[in-house]
Design a protein. Sequence first.
Length: 537
Amino acid sequence: MTSDQRRARPMLNAVLAQRAVEQPDRPFVEIIDGPSLSYAELDVLCRRWASGLRQLGVGEGDRVVTMLAPGVDAYAAWLGLSWLRAIDTGVNTEYRGQMLAYILNNSGAKVAIVQSNWLDRLLEVLPEAPAIQKIIVSQPRGPVAALPAAGLPVEALSVADLLDGVDAVPADNPPRARDMCSVTYTSGTTGASKGVLFPWGLMDASARGSIPIDELGPEDAFYSPFPMHHGSGRFPLALMALCGGRVVVRDRFSGTQFWEDVRKYGCTMSAFVGAMSAFLWNQPPADDDADNPLRMALMFPVVPQHREFQDRFALRIRTLYSMTETGPIIASGWSPEESTSCGRVNPGYEIRLVDEDDYEVPEGTIGEVIVRADEPWVLNAGYLDLPDATAKAWRNGWFHTGDAMRSDKDGNYYFVDRIKDAIRRRGENISSFEVEAHVNTHPDVLESAAVAVPSEWGEDEVKVVVVRRPGSELTPPALVLFLAEVMPRFMVPRYVEFTDELPKTEATLRVRKVELRTAGVTERTWDREAAGMKLAL
């Protein structure tokens, strides 16, 4: 492909607009227990959102915070903003308090779009986020709730108000590969979460690098129970638009509803992220397990019993190594031979495994994964307003992933561990720094350290090791109840252990977390799940 061909390659907005002309009535987005939209309907709706947002003063380069579940408003807001060259800044819908306030302030957004059931959280932190001037309230289901009474410090309007009397903007200036698709916050490991500048070229590469487009067609449907603050909730639209297929959307994963949804909506592909595979595998076997339309799926990580998984559910799997900043830079073939390999380097990328000084390590030796690409805009464009973090990650012309791998003589790559201190629990990346920040706000806590402990479901569980203040009688259940009120549920530690002091380095007094991770669950560790303690929804 020539440079001119690459430059002219259409991004999602342009592909959607073209499909709307050629196949206007073809179904594109189907929301389970909600509306369904054709290519033409979604295209026009997105461009009407663009018009309404423009009337509110949103323009090129502006960042707009969105706190929305997957659905019509989430997609229309995202693509509507993109028609204006404005940038959707997705917020994890479990955020509250100081974490939500941090995102609002760090994003620099003046406008926020929030689902009605999370509006109270946003209003609570508005005094700490003075830049927010306007709030658009989405009411996805049920009767339209009245907006808060007059007296709010900001202007509030409904989606109906936003779209009232507006015409769609022309489809003559779609975003290019170099334009920002989103700001996507990824877990911080030595500081607060960082906003990844995510170009449209990276979104397009994520779609094309996940499943070969030539294996897909208009008869295919992608089952997507993934959140909008992750790329996992966005890339299915880009993938299905390329092949003319459908996206079937549930607002969150349910192990008991997965196969029912797949059968009812004729879904031919999906992704098993994190513990999803274990949840599905551990359901009691049924005679009709193989009687389903799903014929292919992405799985990361690959479960050890992957061959049996494919046979039981009559499908093929493929795995990837991908992160928010890079997209799928390593991929396996269908039905990988082993569960420990991520596969080989995807076309268009160059990878090295290096030591702490960026010198390449020998084959078979563990090193950090660094990557660069053959064409522009298919990797991240840095971190929002964090020039030092951007320079550190992009040093010497390569993006440094912070993950450790080894390779073999055949070019296969094997994930070993995270160099960072991030924890990954059931598909969510968790910053140990942020967990500790919350724990340390308890008046009886002197200091703490959060580490990953292997989970029986795959991935990690969160363990905190806590030093109490002298004379404190704080108990693990009391600490967990305190944390459940101030942090997202997925971040609340499962394991709590009290200690007299944390192991630290002599020179810098940094906590030696490797010792805590190695210790894992000890006889002194309290287990929330073993104690039968359940968190309120």
